[in-house]
Ligand binder design. Structure first.
Ligand SMILES: NC(=O)C1=CN([C@@H]2O[C@H](COP(=O)(O)OP(=O)(O)OC[C@H]3O[C@@H](n4cnc5c(N)ncnc54)[C@H](OP(=O)(O)O)[C@@H]3O)[C@@H](O)[C@H]2O)C=CC1
Ligand SMILES: C[C@H]1O[C@H](OP(=O)(O)OP(=O)(O)OC[C@H]2O[C@@H](n3cnc4c(=O)[nH]c(N)nc43)[C@H](O)[C@@H]2O)[C@@H](O)[C@@H](O)C1=O
Length: 321
């Protein structure tokens, strides 16, 4: 990506957006455009149109979305489908109208059929029943992909679509109920360690498998695709290996230094049994991930301790007296 190109990083405060902003800044980019939600609500079509008409944006990385773990998706499907359809419709359309040269849209591995053949090839999209827990989110995302492909075919708009695996790292969300599995478990093991709780409860059976990509690798992949990928075909982005949730829990337990026991809350959903993606299309472009899961967990927990651990929140003075 040209260092002088005017790039809008939508969702720059989020897990992926903040990593992309970090990477582009480190690479010496001088014309990065960012807007907090309070400055530009991407669900507001008129505001988004006016923004693109005014700002002369040349490239867009769309890392803004309504995102959450399996329970948030299961409980708030109306919010997920509404907000994601609004955000992506507004940004993709306004970017095209304003003459943006290239846009990156982010789907997810959870868009693939629940029982897709593993590892999952990009051609598997829409070939089978979807996982019900995140169907509203997934249908919205598939609409976004379809919109990008239709705008390319009808208008020649260079929109590309990546399908990331589960992502994690600095800037993630650690709220126990709404977060993704990896940060949720970090928080759960950490809180139990601080409180001296004898047991930690995991959701589900622990048998599902998930593919985890460290968010700085994801940021590198996004920039790599902006530089080297111009096809309308979706492209999987992941490390190409997965781990059972129960084994991930053991890794997180050791990273946090928790010594208690584990139980399972079987009332919580398992979701996809597995969603390991075939990343040969991505690897053929020359990209490879750099950060292992063990190293990524270490860095993520260090970031959590510095920035997100509940005991770091200042207790109001009067409450402490
Ligand atoms: N995390 C994961 O495991 C995966 C994520 N993805 C995709 O990657 C992308 C980024 O996800 P991730 O970084 O995890 O998500 P986050 O929730 O961390 O970040 C989303 C960002 O979007 C912003 N946003 C949400 N709604 C609006 C709005 N109405 N107006 C303006 N900004 C808004 C948020 O702003 P604010 O900070 O104000 O809330 C936040 O900065 C998404 O498209 C997601 O679908 C795909 C696969 C896996
Ligand atoms: C990235 C992807 O993320 C979502 O899909 P998901 O991968 O199924 O979501 P998840 O990260 O929350 O992993 C869930 C798995 O993990 C188990 N599990 C154990 N203990 C905890 C736990 O403490 N929290 C959570 N959330 N899950 C737990 C849980 O039982 C289940 O088996 C999509 O909605 C969508 O948002 C999407 O794109």
């Amino acid at each position: 990506m040209d260092r002088n190109s005017r790039i809008f990083v939508a969702g720059h405060r989020g897990l992926v957006g903040s990593a992309i902003l970090r990477r582009l800044t480190e690479a010496g980019h001088t014309d990065l455009v960012i807007r907090d939600r309070s400055q530009l609500d991407l669900t507001d079509q008129a505001a988004v149109r006016a923004f693109f008409d005014r700002e002369g944006i040349e490239q867009v990385i769309l890392a803004a979305a309504k995102v959450g773990g399996i329970l948030a998706n299961d409980r708030f499907g109306g919010d997920f489908i509404r907000d994601n359809l609004l955000i992506q419709n507004n940004v993709i359309d306004a970017a095209w109208r304003a003459g943006v040269k290239k846009l990156l849209f982010l789907g997810s591995s959870c868009l693939y059929p629940k029982h897709a053949e593993q590892p999952i090839k990009e051609e598997a999209l829409l070939t089978g029943e979807m996982e019900p827990s995140n169907k509203p989110y997934a249908v919205a995302k598939i609409a976004g992909i379809t919109m990008c492909q239709a705008y390319r075919r009808q208008y020649g708009f260079n929109a590309i679509c990546a399908m990331p695996s589960n992502l994690y790292g600095p800037g993630d969300h650690f709220e126990p109920e709404t977060s993704h599995a990896l940060p949720g478990m970090i928080r759960r093991f950490h809180d139990a360690k601080v409180a001296g709780d004898p047991t930690v409860t995991l959701w589900g059976t622990g048998t599902p498998r998930r593919e985890f990509l460290y968010v700085d690798d994801m940021a590198d992949a996004c920039i790599h695709l902006m530089d080297h990928y111009d096809s309308g075909e979706i492209i999987n982005v992941g490390p190409g290996e997965d781990i059972a949730i129960a084994d991930l829990a053991a890794l997180i337990r050791d990273t946090v230094g928790y010594t208690g026991t584990l139980t399972h809350d079987l009332s919580k959903p398992d979701g996809h049994p597995r969603k390991l993606m075939d990343v040969s299309r991505l690897f053929a472009t020359g990209w490879r991930p750099k950060v292992s899961l063990e190293e990524g967990l270490r860095r993520t927990y260090d970031w959590f301790l510095e920035n997100a651990a509940p005991e770091r929140r200042q207790v109001p003075k009067q409450a402490a007296e």
